[in-house]
Design a protein around this ligand. Structure first.
Ligand SMILES: [Fe+2]
Length: 158
């Protein structure tokens, strides 16, 4: 990876390694953002308004996290984020099943995907802890938000 010049004194090899972890997270968060919106737009059923609003809140938090994660990669001298075609290829999340609209199914599907993302980011905290505490701290913040959103989703289910 070609890194841009920065006065940050981390070894370029470390910056490159951490940026890769950040951009992997950005891929997952980009996919999770779109899938949260698909849930927000397509959900139907007795819980429509509660879920419609909840899924939008999730999408908003994910978008903010994505922005911080991609910008941290750029801060370290890397490129930030991935084009949508790459996201589709690289994301660890199952694709969104467009036929599914029933509120109880939709909330479970979104919980599954949010869980995968939350666990990936949790492991990124440890992966970057020694290499770059600044990125690790950002992952900690993102992880806490994802965990809380997962709680909100799970608390709406039996
Ligand atoms: Fe909306």
């Amino acid at each position: 990876m070609n890194l841009t010049f920065t006065r940050i004194d981390l070894d370029p090899h470390i910056r490159s390694q951490v940026a890769q972890i950040l951009n992997d997270a950005a891929v997952t968060l980009t996919d999770l953002y779109v899938q949260s919106k698909l849930a927000h737009w397509n959900v139907r059923g007795p819980h429509f308004i509660a879920y419609h609003e909840l899924f939008d809140q999730v999408a908003e938090h994910v978008q903010e996290s994505l922005d911080s994660v991609a910008e941290r990669a750029v801060t370290l001298g890397s490129s930030g984020g991935q084009p949508i075609g790459q996201v589709a290829q690289l994301s660890p999340l199952d694709p969104w099943p467009m036929g599914e609209r029933h509120d109880q199914h939709v909330i479970r599907l979104l919980s599954d995907r949010l869980g995968v993302a939350a666990n990936q980011i949790r492991s990124a905290i440890a992966q970057t802890a020694e290499l770059d505490p600044g990125s690790s701290d950002l992952f900690t913040e993102v992880s806490r938000q994802l965990d809380q959103d997962l709680w909100f989703l799970e608390a709406h289910q039996e």
